[in-house]
Design a protein around this ligand. Structure first.
Ligand code: CU
Length: 561
């Protein structure tokens, strides 16, 4: 019997026609891998990425609409789904082309109006077992990292059928402090059972929060690079059909369309295929988002010295030196990078295999982009790394009101019943996680699968406490059922070693945490609500591998009085 891992290691993106037993049909003459690398410049805000224009004070109106863009000169134009701020998106060069820039502490209201086709085109293969309304395009925009009321969250529990053509989703983003400090968030579609397809089609955008310290300009009170020296990097892997449409493979299991993970054979950065970036030999700020559906990145920036200064929950209290940058889908890193001793160099940005205990079935995809360092500097900017930062380390004081044990299970892989479940429960089952407002809880993610799952909780950010190795087989042998191990069973008696403390790169608050196989991972959060929002409020938590989230690794949780 071939295992899922063995089956998946045969090449998605190998360029050959492969029909795999129980797995996926893939790489149907995908032309992507043959595209010439480093031909086009990286799109940047105001130069290939649109900085959204409000239609009145603190209010934006977006329509979700289909456009077409050439993502590489050797490809035909690719049909894309995009957020149009009313500009018509003439300034969007690639498949990731929109950024909202907002102020911490100032709430925003946004309308999202569905102006896409009523039904899915053939290049986006829907598995109608997972969708509430068949092949209808139903949209739901979620602000990832937003501290907002449940009705504004873009949350498929509150409105499972989402929004149809002509309908408008109206949201209020609190941008409230301290939960929403200066940071890089993103908004993306969260349609029930179709998140993986809507995001591949292009429905994802940046949301940058500023404050009086992190102004985005240079100079600034923090003493970090700004202006043209602050570079957002949104990394997404994709496959292409010869006609320019995105290739999203389908399963060859009878009755199944859904595949376990989507891996591309081409890397896009800010929506362009394998771009290049011209820099000066000085200090830069890179703001990196892993926007892949399923690929865990391990970025190597060509030997330039790096310091991480923040993550999903904003800036830290001090910089941390980095040698590699391992980011699972939806994780973000705020990084200072020093090119000052690399004048004239041409540096590859590479994606290497993530180190253990991170585990992923992804086939390799090594090249990301190219960084070309000019011989001279036009504007020197800051020349040293600040000793301290105006942000925070994550340290949540007790007492603990509850500890919840949440299991991650993969059931019947490679069959028509293949599903990923939290606590052995479907998404539709009523909430079982019900923290009381204002209390602190530990959530312990007990991974019973072979791979890393990036677990994301809406509304809150967490402090990573640590990861404890344990005997998965023994735990499962005692408590396993047909749908996996139910929630609520403490794995501590099965520990095989002491807890490994949070990584240095987990210094601050996080909204997405790597839950590695062979370990249980403990995260701590305070379950507050935005000012004026009354209990109960229901949100969701899920794996941010979008294929897993769609089938069915997502559950509601309710904040109770
Ligand atoms: Cu997962």
């Amino acid at each position: 019997m071939i295992t899922r891992r063995e089956l998946l290691q045969y090449g998605v993106g190998a360029g050959a026609l492969l029909v795999l037993p129980g797995g996926m049909r893939s790489a149907i003459a995908s032309p992507g891998g043959k595209l010439t690398k480093y031909v086009e410049p990286l799109p940047l805000p105001g130069a290939g990425m649109v900085v959204a224009t409000p239609d009145r004070a603190d209010h934006y109106s977006f329509t979700q609409t289909q456009i077409a863009r050439q993502l590489h000169p050797e490809l035909p134009p690719t049909p894309l789904w995009a957020y149009d701020d009313g500009s018509g998106l003439v300034g969007q060069a690639g498949s990731f082309g929109m950024a909202v820039v907002a102020q911490s502490g100032t709430p925003l209201e946004i309308d999202f109006t569905h102006a896409l086709p009523a039904t899915y085109p053939a290049w986006l293969p829907v598995d109608t077992r997972e969708t509430p309304l068949g092949k209808q395009v139903r949209l739901m925009t979620h602000l990832h990292g937003g501290f907002v009321d449940a009705a504004s969250d873009g949350n498929p529990w509150i409105r499972p059928t989402g929004f149809g053509p002509g309908e408008t989703q109206t949201v209020t983003y609190s941008n409230q402090l301290p939960q929403m400090p200066a940071s890089l968030l993103w908004f993306h579609d969260h349609g029930l059972g179709t998140t993986r397809l809507n995001v591949v089609a292009g429905l994802a955008a940046a949301y940058i929060l500023r404050d009086e310290f992190d102004t985005g300009a240079e100079p600034n009170p923090i003493g970090i690079p700004g202006g043209a020296y602050e570079i957002p990097l949104v990394i997404q892997d994709r496959q292409f059909n010869p006609d320019g449409t995105f290739l999203y493979p389908t399963s060859d299991i009878p009755g199944v369309v859904w595949i376990g993970e989507y891996f591309g054979d081409v890397m896009l950065v800010n929506g362009k295929v394998w771009p290049f970036l011209d820099v000066e030999p000085r200090l830069y700020r890179f703001r990196v988002l892993n926007g892949c559906n399923a690929r865990i990145l391990n970025l190597d920036l060509g030997g330039a010295p790096m310091w991480q200064i923040g993550a999903e929950g904003g800036l830290w209290d001090r910089p941390v030196p980095l040698t590699q940058l391992v980011l699972a889908p939806a994780e973000r890193a705020d990084v200072l990078i020093d090119f000052s001793r690399l004048a004239g160099a041409v540096l590859p940005m590479k994606n290497l295999r993530p180190p253990r205990p991170v585990a992923t079935p992804a086939p390799p995809l090594t090249q990301v982009m190219q960084v070309r360092v000019a011989p001279t500097v036009s504007q020197p900017g800051p020349t040293s790394i600040p000793a301290s930062l105006p942000g925070r380390a994550a340290r949540i004081p007790g007492p603990l009101a509850a500890t919840r044990y949440i299991t991650l299970n993969e059931i019947a892989a490679g069959t028509a019943s293949w599903v990923l479940l939290l606590n052995g429960d479907d998404f539709e089952k009523p909430p079982t996680e019900t923290p009381q407002i204002g209390t602190v809880e530990d959530w312990v993610y007990v991974n019973l699968t072979a791979d890393t799952h990036p677990m994301h909780t809406h509304l809150i950010t967490v402090q990573v406490i640590g990861r404890t190795p344990f005997d998965v087989d023994a735990y499962q042998a005692i408590y396993g059922r047909a749908t996996g191990v139910p929630g609520g069973i403490d794995p501590t008696p099965f520990a095989t070693g002491p807890m490994v403390a949070a990584e240095p790169t987990e210094r601050g608050f996080k909204d997405t945490v790597k839950v590695n196989p062979g370990y249980f991972t403990t995260v701590r959060a305070r379950y507050d609500l935005p000012e004026g929002v009354i209990t109960p409020q229901t949100y969701v938590y899920h794996c941010h591998i979008l294929e897993h989230e769609d089938n069915d690794m997502m559950r509601p949780f309710t904040i109770m009085p």
